[in-house]
Design a protein around this ligand. Structure first.
Ligand SMILES: Cc1cc2nc3c(=O)[nH]c(=O)nc-3n(C[C@H](O)[C@H](O)[C@H](O)COP(=O)(O)OP(=O)(O)OC[C@H]3O[C@@H](n4cnc5c(N)ncnc54)[C@H](O)[C@@H]3O)c2cc1C
Length: 343
């Protein structure tokens, strides 16, 4: 039996997915969010929960996980149905509507908003013996809880913002902290590199360039790692409790690429109403391409607002495209007055 139908099904619970759910509720259409991850928030919670975001309007500085929490509170206030740890595999036509098929269930919907970012996350693996067996047993691709690295011997692999920032974040917590990178040029912010050099000079961080991982060791848990110098081939085995492989993600739309949607490289082509080439299928956020597109949270919000409001108008041509101003909407006025009375 397919699940209960919804007006709008949002694929992806990142910033535009959650903001889209808010607009769906504001416009009075029923909504469901489906995400393959165990937690809402997209990249904010999966990739950089402990980083400060500085370029979201209205927040001079906010931790990514706090921004995600706010988005969840705002996005789910109208009761959107949430399905986590389900990957959307197919989008099947169902008369004028759609059937969103996941690895667990089938969800009838009148319209779809694809807010799938770079696709279901696929971190770049370490191509070495021991990786598959020790993933999740000392080897990780992101930090859920920095406290887990307290007094541990940690080796971080990578040369981008993520690797450098996590080394700086873990500095002072760990028993030993080693950063290896396969080149000597880094892709991190100038200020972060300055802090990294300071950490190396103070002896808190060991930095080894032109090094790559050759093998990971351990039975039930990681106990060591063999690295090699990619110029001389010289090998060295280091005892470690944790390896953080922060070497990026593969852009992989996965099943989405097979739904008959017009793509531009790894992104979905949309028009000015954020429509794809499929009827009543919209897209927003990092997953889309249009001239001048910026992959930012700020633009993702605006795209989600436009996509959902156009979808509402498409579903009910009598409904205006513009949602009006939230400051004057009766929906919020009633709530604000009730809250004021309760105080
Ligand atoms: C380290 C880092 C720092 C950043 N800092 C900033 C910053 O300071 N300011 C800024 O504006 N932006 C920043 N960004 C970019 C910002 O995070 C993204 O632009 C934003 O997350 C895009 O949101 P999204 O929902 O499109 O994609 P995502 O956040 O990637 O969310 C997409 C969601 O869709 C889910 N999904 C994908 N495919 C499927 C499927 N088939 N089935 C089910 N679920 C699926 C994924 O699991 C994911 O949760 C940063 C990114 C990174 C990596």
């Amino acid at each position: 039996m397919p699940a209960e139908p919804r007006d709008l099904t949002i694929i992806g619970g990142g910033p535009p997915g959650l903001f889209g759910a808010f607009y769906a509720g504001l416009r009075g259409v029923s909504c469901r969010i489906i995400d393959s991850l165990p937690e809402l928030g997209g990249q904010l919670t999966a990739l950089y929960p402990e980083k400060y975001v500085h370029d979201v309007g209205g927040f001079p500085r906010i931790l990514a996980r706090d921004l995600a929490r706010n988005l969840v509170e705002q996005g789910l206030q109208f009761g959107a149905d949430v399905r986590l740890e389900e990957e959307v595999l197919e989008l099947q036509p169902d008369g004028e509507d759609w059937l969103v098929v996941t690895n667990r269930d089938r969800y009838p919907t009148r319209a779809v908003l694809i807010a799938a970012g770079k696709g279901a996350f696929t971190p770049r693996p370490l191509e070495c013996p021991g990786y598959q067996a020790l993933l999740g047993r000392g080897v990780a691709h992101h930090v859920q809880d920095p406290a887990a690295y307290q007094d541990r011997r940690v080796l971080v692999v990578g040369g981008g913002d993520s690797a450098v920032d996590w080394v700086l974040n873990l500095r002072g917590r760990t028993r030993r902290l080693v950063l290896i990178h396969r080149r000597d040029a880094f892709r991190a912010l100038t200020h972060s590199m300055k802090l990294l050099r300071e950490g190396v000079e103070s002896g808190e961080i060991e930095l080894l360039t032109h090094r790559e991982v050759k093998a990971l060791h351990g039975e039930d848990r990681l106990t060591g790692v063999t690295i090699f110098d990619n110029r001389s081939g010289q090998e060295e085995t280091i005892e470690v409790d944790a390896v953080l492989a922060l070497i990026g993600f593969k852009p992989d739309l996965g099943p989405i690429a097979r739904w008959g949607i017009h793509l531009e490289k790894h992104n979905i082509r949309v028009n000015a109403r954020l429509e794809t080439n499929l009827p009543r299928v919209y897209a927003a956020g990092d997953v889309i391409a249009y001239e001048g597109k910026l992959e930012l949270i700020a633009t993702a919000f605006s795209e989600a607002a436009m996509a959902v409001n156009h979808a509402v108008h498409e579903l009910n041509p009598k409904a205006r495209y513009s949602p009006g101003h939230s400051t004057t909407l009766k929906l919020f006025k009633d709530r604000d007055e009730a809250a004021a009375t309760a105080q």
